[in-house]
Design a protein around this ligand. Sequence first.
Ligand code: SAH
Length: 266
Amino acid sequence: MTERRRGGAFPLPLARLAGAARRPDTLQPQRPLREASRDARPRPAPSGVGLDSVQVRQRMVQRLHAQGIRHEALLRALASVPRHQFIDSALAAQAYEDTSLPIGHGQTISKPSVVARMLSLLLAGSAARARGGLGKVLEVGTGCGYQCALLAQLADSVISIERVRDLFDKARAQLAPLRLDRVRLVHGDGWRGHAPNAPYHSIIAAAVGDEPSPAWLEQLAVGGRLIAPVRSGAQQVLAVVDRELHGYRRLDLEPVHFVPLKSGVD
Ligand code: SAH
């Protein structure tokens, strides 16, 4: 089981990464993660540009690799997207710690290990494996746009919906210089999904509800996979739903902590 093996240094030789990519992460519950904050080595604060942030980001990717994230294209995307540019500059020094951070309006950007876990689960779906990528993606909860920038590197196209106008505007400004022509940002209520572009091979929600939205299930392609946090008693868990030829199969995985899905728009 690839996830349980400790990884070596990153960057890895291309051949090793290519081999690892043929063994996508499976639906095993994740083993406990080593807290990044326990890594006592001094680490430079990202400067915002140049070598500093590249090196600090490589260290983040190295930790994620050691924690079991093995998908080559995902590791490359994580190494290339400048997470510090998506958050308030006052918090930039924490951008590559494994921590969630505020992005305004009471919302948070998820911690890198959770983003990486969700994306690797999505990449292990049967449509994604058959296509060698996430295909057509629906993201609910654009937030600051960080996860959207990662999705853009792993998908044919991304529709990302955000209900808070100010976050939508900021994400658009943030993503513009990255020239993500495969991404379309929508200001709206993602609970309804986005029917005009359905069906989707992959659907990912960044906010928690009681159940996956019926609209998402309906807009999921056969062979497609949906990942969403859902409430389960007093806690939240990560739900993985696969659409099969004659129905849906759902598996609830590890506990998580997400901001709530809200209805309507702000
Ligand atoms: N993936 C994001 C995480 C954002 S946090 C990132 O990388 O930053 C969750 C986001 O979901 C918040 O921005 C919140 O406003 C949004 N959200 C909550 N309910 C929503 C809904 N019904 N439709 C669209 N977005 C929603």
